[in-house]
Design a protein around this ligand. Structure first.
Ligand code: DX5
Ligand code: ZN
Length: 229
């Protein structure tokens, strides 16, 4: 089971609602929602107001990726705005365990995001509070960057930890990858152990024609690479 999560960061914001509807109709599983604060990362994007605005348009899970510091203040706002999954960067929270618990208390699935240079050790003592591990395959802040190849080895290491934990706990944790995921590298990324794939420019960059179903082709091509046709 592979999850395809288009990042609306590369969508046309002037018609965001329709973009969400179209990309789900084209077969996407989750909506990846990139929140940047011009403090933790050098860019500024969207917040709970926009999450609440798109919430009524789809049943699909909204996968909120917080690139903000501090984290805790904004978590309840996103839960109220209809987020299903909320992930954050451990460097941005003073108390990682507390923030994971806070996300769960608000009824959402919780995730930790690892920057390219962030060690996987951050997950060691909080496995029971994790629903997703998200590995950044670019430095966070912008769409349209190149996939960093060393992410493949890191994915294999994360997969080993997640599988070992599943053996003893029976609990499933998603392994998601974010940044530079394209049709020509998604198969290798899956082989390294990822089961959820964020794709921003790969999906929405295909949106230059006016055909409402233009995203079908890209999502079908990603699934074909994942052996799902
Ligand atoms: C980067 C964001 C990503 C980004 C992915 O900070 O977290 O979700 O939008 O975009 P692409 O797929 O274009 O690298
Ligand atoms: Zn993201």
């Amino acid at each position: 089971m592979h999850v395809i999560a288009p990042s609306i960061l590369s969508a046309d914001f002037a018609r965001l609602g329709q973009e969400v509807v179209d990309v789900i109709a084209a077969g996407a599983d989750w909506i990846h929602f990139d929140v940047m604060d011009n403090h933790y990362v050098p860019n500024l994007t969207i917040g709970p107001l926009v999450c609440a605005a798109i919430r009524p348009l789809t049943q699909a899970p909204i996968d909120v990726h917080l690139m903000v510091k501090p984290v805790d203040r904004i978590v309840p706002d996103f839960a109220r705005a209809g987020a299903n999954l909320i992930s954050f960067h451990p460097e941005a929270s003073e108390h990682v365990d507390r923030t994971l618990a806070l996300i769960r208390e608000h009824g959402c699935r919780a995730g930790l995001v690892f920057n390219p240079a962030t060690p996987l050790e951050f997950m060691d003592y909080v496995m029971d509070k994790l629903d997703i591990v998200l590995l950044m395959s670019v430095n966070p802040g912008f769409g349209g960057q190149q996939f960093i190849p060393s992410t493949l080895a890191k994915l294999r290491a994360a997969r080993a930890r997640i599988d070992a934990y599943r053996q003893v706990s029976g609990r499933r944790i998603h392994l998601e990858v974010d940044g530079g995921v394209k049709i020509d590298n998604v198969a290798a990324i899956a082989r390294a152990g990822a089961d959820a794939f964020v794709a921003g420019s790969a999906v929405f960059g295909a949106g230059l024609e006016s055909d409402a179903n233009r995203y079908d082709t890209v999502i079908a091509a990603l699934r074909a690479q994942l052996g799902e046709l």
